[in-house]
Design a protein around this ligand. Sequence first.
Ligand code: SF4
Ligand code: SF4
Length: 437
Amino acid sequence: MQTNFAPETLADPAMQSSESVIRKCVHCGFCTATCPTYTLLGDELDSPRGRIYLMKDMLENERVPTEKVVKHIDRCLSCLSCMTTCPSGVHYMHLVDHARAYIEEHYRRPLVQRFYRALLASILPHPDRFRLALRLAPLARPFTPVLRQFRVFRPLIAMLNLAPRSLEAKAPTVASPASQSKGRVAILQGCAEPALRPEFRAAAVRLINRCGYDVIFAAGEGCCGALVHHMGREEAALEAARRNVDAWTREIENGGLAAIIITTSGCGTTIKDYGFMLRDDPVYAAKADRVATLARDVSEFLDEVGLPATRPTGLSVAYHAACSLQHGQKVTDAPKRLLTQAGYAVLTPAEAHLCCGSAGTYNILQSEIADQLGDRKVANIERLEAQVIAAGNIGCAMQIGQRTHTPVVHTVELLDWATGGPVPPTLHHLASKGTDA
Ligand code: SF4
Ligand code: SF4
């Protein structure tokens, strides 16, 4: 695509990067076929190509974002399906991340939007505040029928629907040594996952120990920054990235790390991008690159080191590929290969490339589109009649889990169970068919 950025505009490295992304687009439109919002809404401006035109015009002319541009960029899930489809290698993620930051800086949103966005940014990345909010959710839930009458409360209702009815014990946070150590790995502690489903991390720690690796949790590490990054709050995202780079660098330099393991693929995509996010920071660029190079989705790591001996359960599993894993990190085969090795019958739903509508805070801020995508995803999965649904991302697990009676677990819980771990807490009713019967 031809561009006409002024030299003064290109003096900004972020503009330079976006211009080079835009130039790669050849307008072919292949990406429209796999874009969830175009599939649902049929509007070119809700397709990757349409959004690229909107972003080009806004950035190239340094325009104040219009309500129309913001609407169509906000509707983008950042699912990155378009990046998988694009034959020209357009790095849509870097472009839309920049556009979101530009909008945040140059556009004043209506009061209600500002309120919800500020609320989410101040609660979700902080595990203690998030847990408190989840504990308060049952108090507000009885008012849902009344709140439903008012459009302004849609995001609040979406939050209440996502909040689990009961909270499990906290996820492990202390170092866990293997019996015969092959090396040391750090696990991202994260923010939302340990509050919602602490059993995911517990299973990952047990299994990684069983593979022969010591697990540590780096002091000072916290939310990866993805949630605020996707809201365009760049300073907050970079602050989170620097804090984590510092925490893991201390561990790399004092004992070494074989990998930094992430059990939530949405976070993994952002951590693998730390090198890019901090590329212009002379103090952090090299350290961020090193951290990004060590980052592994838990399924990637297990696929590299190999599973311990398995005792097959014989259960059928519908594998849901999170967008951040399949499109963001291009980890497509490892989770299915591991589940098959562990003795599960792995089934793949139709339209596996389409997002389930979770997408960070999308199912709260764009709940109407998210609901349609969620229902469509669950209908495709339920057609498989599998006994269990496996996913590698907490957002997908919550989005799918609230729409189906089939239990949703993390892939690593199934792998842990099949290699000697306990029955996942949500699968006790299936245990008679499993190895712990
Ligand atoms: S990231 Fe997903 S929703 Fe956004 S334009 Fe690409 S395919 Fe469409
Ligand atoms: S597939 Fe790639 S090159 Fe073609 S329109 Fe979409 S982004 Fe542009």
